[in-house]
Design a protein around this ligand. Structure first.
Ligand code: WT7
Length: 652
């Protein structure tokens, strides 16, 4: 079973790339047989203040559980992203900012300018009493100041927690509270596809009910007239004006926290995924270099690299900011959306900035594919040499369109599988080494030991399908759930003792290629964004008319998965279309637009076992419209419930 199409490594790539097939095999072998030696060498990509002596001190077992890399070394990440580039490439562009509206002027920041802006802002944070280990919440649009704010935190050892600027005040507030952060950095408004997003107003609303925030630093971006609260709010530009551009970098232990990023799980509220400094930096620097074959041209000019993700997600952390800057790259930062002003926008930006490496999510590609090839074909894209995909499985049809139409059958595609928890790429082709199979994330990155287990936890060999686990630690692994180490162990290491459980299902073919089949827990992936079904259910039951709710994923042509909600209303409530609309808006307001249910079905009762557990398997089948094969319903307390759900499925 070879799953049809194979695109072999193009000859020039095999010849010129950093890693060819032979090098991959040899380096991979070394990375798992001699991790100490392998990582000792890889860690040389960083400037350490105090060199580490221990490389790896990790255990996935309950009695000895702990994950530590390079633990006695010290460094500062911004010294590695900025200072050390100044001598050789201080005047080289670090960030090209492409605004939402193509008529707005582009901004570029050189490494020297980014260094200065970071130092000024870091000094401001210090002056405001922010110290090593303090948590700072960042709620900013895609503007260069977002990178500046992140780097400034890392400069002084503060832990940043970025909240995606599309999240609601409620979601923002609970994240501020969870990590106990007392400083928030925001902007007056964001801009996306010509629409204004009221960021400062959202912060004000969040802080009414949540947390103990003493300082809000606000960037003026659109210039909207927003109220400022005396004694709490500071204007970014005014406040940094008096700060020095010289800011000594805090000496950080390799295992000192770098950032927290909230992500959804199968149960409970979102978890604060915590990444630390040294291992994360080695991981994102290495994967950005190898996966994207990122290196200067032979004449030593840098390549233009564009990752279209938002800094609100881990992809933005690792592959818009930290990875590229570690490698001295030119990183394009895009404020806008793929369909504004029209469907050519991505490709016009590629032409405008002569982008060579382009990295985006399948959901955007599927949406553009639907609009036809002309939007692509009327642009040149001649500078492109490599394409990347991230966030969800890419269906072979979208893969081929990306390859043939966007890349003119010239550019390899790296389909990178990874997670917020993994810090960076885990399973991915390397463009000079891996023959491509559309839809497969292909082979493990150096140091990654994937295994496939059956439901009893027995490891399967050869071609097989089951649960994807990782059998040993890698430097970019998350270290804990902020404030809840027990939850960290419980969530990831208790299902299959001794292994990190990814939550994904996976097939391995005869050539050892991995094919991610999607989540096998109660997490759904909507347009490459992770949503916990429990989170949406909690939002629904907060409504006074909702007694109970169950949420599952459903197939969706563009989003990959859509959200299907079953709702039981309180007795005496009339299940009207108006109430349906109200509940859909309710979730949107509670969490944010990405959580908007696609379908909401009123269910007088939900299918439950005699012990009261909701049988989600049946709800999923109904949502998928796969009703011929509901499986065994005999354990249901009331099998009649299913007929009722089937009869009342809303038309979609
Ligand atoms: C989940 C992680 C990866 C950073 C952005 C999303 C799915 C991610 C792929 C891929 C198939 C993928 C998985 C994973 N996923 N990349 N290339 N092929 N599935 O990070 O929000 O933490 O979500 O996204 O299901 O578990 P995240």
């Amino acid at each position: 079973m070879n799953d049809g199409v194979i695109h072999p490594v193009p000859e020039t790539w095999a010849k010129e790339a950093l890693i060819d097939a032979g090098t991959y095999a040899e380096k991979y072998r070394r990375s798992v047989q001699d991790p100490e030696g392998f990582w000792r060498e890889e860690a040389r990509r960083l400037d350490w203040l105090k060199p580490f002596t221990t490389v790896k001190n990790t255990s996935f077992d309950e009695a000895t559980f702990g994950i530590r890399w390079f633990e006695d070394g010290t460094l500062n990440l911004t010294a590695n992203c900025l200072d050390r580039h100044l001598a050789a490439r201080g005047d080289q562009t670090a960030i090209i900012w492409e605004p939402d509206d193509p008529a707005t002027p582009v901004r570029t920041l050189t490494y020297r300018q980014l260094h200065e802006a970071t130092c000024r802002f870091a000094n401001l944070l210090r002056a405001e009493g922010v110290r090593k280990g303090d948590r700072v919440t960042i709620y900013l649009p895609m503007v260069p100041e977002a990178a500046v704010a992140m780097l400034a935190c890392a400069r002084i050892g503060a832990i940043h927690s970025i909240v995606f600027a599309g999240f609601s005040p409620e979601a923002l507030g609970s994240r501020i509270e969870d990590c106990d952060s007392d400083v928030v950095i925001t902007a007056d408004e964001g801009l996306r596809g010509g629409k204004r997003v009221p960021l400062k107003a959202n912060v004000d609303a969040a802080l009414e009910h949540h947390g103990k925030v003493r300082r809000v630093i606000m960037l003026r971006h659109t210039g909207a007239d927003v109220p400022m609260i005396e004694g709490r709010d500071l204007d970014w530009a005014t406040a940094v004006a008096s700060q020095s551009t010289d800011c000594p970098a805090e000496e950080m232990g390799a295992e000192d926290p770098l950032f927290i990023l909230y992500t959804s799980g199968s149960t409970g509220k979102p978890k604060g995924v915590l990444h630390t400094t040294g291992g994360y930096a080695v991981w994102v620097g290495m994967t950005h270099e190898y996966t994207f074959d990122y290196r200067p041209h032979p004449d030593s000019t840098p390549q233009v690299y564009w990752c279209a993700a938002d800094i609100g997600w881990v992809t933005g952390h690792s592959y818009v900011v930290y990875g590229p800057l570690l490698n001295g790259a030119i990183s394009v930062m895009f404020e806008g959306v793929p369909n504004y002003p029209d469907f050519s926008r991505f490709w016009q930006v590629v032409d405008k900035h002569k982008v060579e490496i382009f990295y985006a999510a399948p959901t955007a590609l599927r949406a553009l594919m639907r609009e036809g090839d002309d939007w692509v074909k009327k642009t040149s894209r001649s500078t492109l040499r490599l394409l990347g995909s991230v966030g969800e499985p890419i269906n072979p049809e979208a893969w081929e369109w990306y390859y043939n139409v966007v890349g003119d059958a010239r550019c390899p595609i790296v389909d990178t599988w990874w997670q917020t928890e993994t810090g960076g790429h885990m399973i991915t082709p390397l463009p000079g080494a891996t023959d491509l199979k559309p839809g497969s994330a292909s082979k493990p990155m150096f140091g990654v030991q994937p295994a496939i287990l059956d439901s009893e936890g027995k490891e399967l060999h050869g071609a097989c399908e089951g649960a994807l686990v990782i059998s040993d630690s890698w430097p970019g692994q998350m270290r804990t759930v902020y404030g809840d180490h027990a939850r960290f162990f419980q969530t990831y290491f208790s299902t299959f003792p001794g292994h990190y459980f990814t939550g994904d299902g996976c097939r391995r073919d005869e050539d050892g290629y991995y094919w991610i089949t999607g989540r096998i827990d109660d997490v759904i992936n909507v347009s490459g964004h992770r949503m916990g079904t429990a989170e949406i259910e909690s939002a629904l039951v907060l409504h006074e008319r909702v007694a109970e709710a169950a949420v599952v994923g459903m197939p969706h042509d563009i989003k990959g998965q859509g959200i299907y909600a079953y709702v039981t209303t309180t007795s005496g409530t009339e299940d009207s279309d108006d109430l349906r609309k109200e509940l859909i808006q309710w979730v949107r307001r509670e969490i944010g637009p990405i959580a908007t249910p696609d379908v909401l079905q009123f269910a007088p009762s939900l299918p439950k076992t005699r012990s009261g557990k909701i049988m989600r398997r049946i709800l999923r089948k109904i949502a998928e419209n796969d009703t011929g094969n509901l499986g065994d319903t005999s354990t249901l307390a009331d099998p009649g419930v299913v007929d009722d759900l089937l009869a009342n499925r809303p038309k979609t």
